[in-house]
Ligand binder design. Structure first.
Ligand code: KG4
Ligand code: ZN
Length: 421
């Protein structure tokens, strides 16, 4: 769904008690407990959580019941705003979140046929992400929780991506995903491997792998930009790759050469990724094969098309370019696959979860499915809609916290570098 201009729509939010008394002279005594501090035993737990996500370039709100039934999931994408700059412009992102947050929350409640009063809690992404963008969601969620006198729950965006998969497994009544599990969270900002365990509904995470430089999605975006394709680059490369020969350019396995990292990994198992070398190899190939003129022609031609897509780029790509695209994609997928399977074996996990924007990639899904089947290792992906950023995953991750009374306080703030595990 695309939201154009909703600046005229205002959500009928009652004033918080403290402000109400200041404005209307309502002299109710103030308690010493802060309004956002809740006693877990006194809150309702019918299961309805409003999730809010604004960490990057998608403003999203969702209502999810008991961490397993998505009643609504509204996403206002900013792709059109950022595409002309070839990447997310943080200042523009914050501004669009500000414009979109009210109508998006309103639409999520309407689609779910749920009123604000019926909600048990408000959940919001605390980090990681862009500081200004996160702040919009957090301030709005805080205000709402304060005004409605409902608990506020802070959620780590990366945990949200894992819960996108757990949520759908419960929703579709698939075999529950057995823990300990290994989760590969692979997106525009992250390439992480987490070992996740569950005890009495509470999940704990250990970070056992990460990228030393670019995230996999970032590499897709940068290579697409380098080749004169659109933003975000992942879907363009995904779509164009089957038209090229993935073995044409022999990009080999990516090995971490830096001694300190290799020594640390030998002490306790760590699985390290690095995609900046591959990106440079693509650049060198472009230079060595004098492809720049061709790229410039493609850029100009695509700029003339309104809302261009990868289909428009196909006729503008010669065989050599298509081979380069397919070979680059193969190299990224093979690296993710090799290290993830090796980690799964090292930690004897019972299942594998792949999530985040890059998990939408068709070839990645095919290769992981093939290899997991070969090893009889249960594997789960989110649906395409829940692979990229969305608020349903935030509301789902908040459910165990609601059950255990793990609430945020009024000091909640944006944590741009928040880690998981
Ligand atoms: O999870 P996400 O929506 O946002 C972040 O948290 O970063 O992921 C966005 C990233 C972008 O880098 C985008 O190019 C990549 O996911 N992506 C894909 C595909 N769809 C999105 N990468 C490869 N193939 C795709 N089909
Ligand atoms: Zn994400």
């Amino acid at each position: 769904m695309e939201i154009e201009d909703f600046s005229a729509i205002v959500l009928p939010v009652p004033l918080p008690q403290k402000l109400r008394s200041r404005y209307y002279g309502d002299m109710q005594p103030e308690t010493s407990q802060h309004p956002l501090e809740k006693d877990a035993s006194t809150i309702q737990k019918s299961g309805l959580i409003l999730g809010i996500e604004s960490s990057c370039d998608e403003t999203s709100a969702a209502v999810v019941e008991a961490g397993q039934r998505v009643l609504s999931n509204v996403v206002a994408s900013q792709i059109r705003t950022h595409a002309r700059y070839g990447g997310v412009v943080p200042e523009l992102a914050s501004r669009e979140h500000l414009q979109n947050i009210v109508p998006v929350v309103r639409a999520a409640l309407e689609q779910a046929s749920v009123t604000l009063d019926q909600l048990d809690a408000i959940a919001v992404t605390e980090g990681p992400g862009l500081a200004g963008a996160l702040m919009v969601g957090i301030m709005y969620a805080k205000g709402l929780a304060f005004a409605l006198n409902k608990p506020l729950i802070a959620v780590n965006h990366l945990e949200g991506h894992i819960h996108a998969v757990l949520l759908e497994a419960k929703e579709n009544q698939n075999t529950p995903i057995a823990a300990p599990l290994l989760a590969l969270v692979v997106s525009g900002g992250h390439t992480h491997l987490y070992l996740a365990e569950e005890r009495a509904g509470i999940w704990t995470y250990r970070n056992v792998g990460k990228t030393l430089d670019d995230a996999a999605g970032e590499a897709f975006d940068k290579v697409a930009k380098l080749l004169g394709l659109g933003y975000p680059g992942g879907p363009w490369i995904d779509w164009l790759s089957p038209h090229g020969d993935a073995r044409a350019i022999p990009f080999g396995p990516i090995n971490i050469k830096q001694k300190p990292y290799r020594e640390a990994a030998a002490q306790s198992p760590r699985f390290l990724f690095s995609f900046s070398g591959l990106k440079t190899a693509v650049l060198r190939y472009v230079e060595a094969h004098s492809m720049q003129a061709n790229i410039a022609v493609r850029q100009v031609a695509l700029a003339k098309i309104e809302n261009p897509g990868p289909q428009d780029a196909l006729a503008l790509c010669d065989k050599e370019t298509l081979n380069l695209i397919a070979s680059f994609q193969r190299a990224v997928i093979e690296d993710l696959l090799r290290k993830t399977l090796s980690a799964a074996e090292t930690f004897h996990v019972r299942s594998l979860v792949i999530s985040g924007g890059v998990a939408a990639n068709r070839e990645l899904r095919r290769r992981f499915t093939q290899e997991a089947n070969r090893r009889a290792l249960p594997l789960a992906f989110p649906s395409i809609a829940l692979s990229t950023d969305n608020a349903a995953m935030i509301a789902a991750a908040a459910w165990p916290r609601l059950l255990t009374g793990y609430f945020a306080t009024e000091t909640l703030s944006a944590e741009p570098s928040l880690a998981l595990g």
